[in-house]
Design a protein around this ligand. Sequence first.
Ligand code: C5P
Length: 221
Amino acid sequence: NETLTIAIDGPASSGKSTVAKRIASELDLIYVDTGAMYRALTFQALESNVNIKDQKALVDLLEKTDVTFEPNEKGQSVFLNGRDITYDIRDNNVTNTVSVVAAHPEVRVLMVKRQQDMASNNGVVMDGRDIGTVVLPDADLKIFLVASVKERAERRHKENKEKGIFSDIDQLKKDIAERDYKDSTRDSSPLKQAEDAFRIDTTKLSIDDVVNEIKKLIQKI
Ligand code: C5P
């Protein structure tokens, strides 16, 4: 397992991180949440009043920004220059602007390099949008997770409710569809299924079902 690399891509709220965390922990691999890296930069930009449309300013900021992960009882904590931002990066402000930050090609070049470094000496499960296509084109296994917008909005709504966060299901549907649109239509490495990825529609599946399906695929490698 030491050098096994698994790429999990898919649209917003398709269950990537939940599934990736489970696979990583069961196979003793490192889990890399690349969305959290783009979210961390977005959070940093919003906090320091850097214009998210200004590619050069974002690149300068990213060069000073160190994002690290540490395991916790729920999965993983995210740190920005040593500061715990695990919860801040899930904020609506960040969620609704991260796609603008992630669309800058020079930002992506730096992010991709960091992600490839993380996978160079370790077995990893990495989730995101461009992992199978750009970051780890030679991954041992590529998964593309999809689910209907309705199902994804309902899952997010339930999650929010459990956390005591108010959300409106119709607004969630709109936000999810809009983020999918931005992520799949940008010029620089848009969200796209790799040709050799296995597509799993999770709309009618439980987390256990998806994890088991992926484990079966891993056994065949
Ligand atoms: O996966 P998550 O929803 O946390 O990702 C947040 C955003 O970061 C995505 O909507 C996308 O704009 C961007 N992203 C990306 N490439 C990745 C991972 C995330 O562009 N590999």
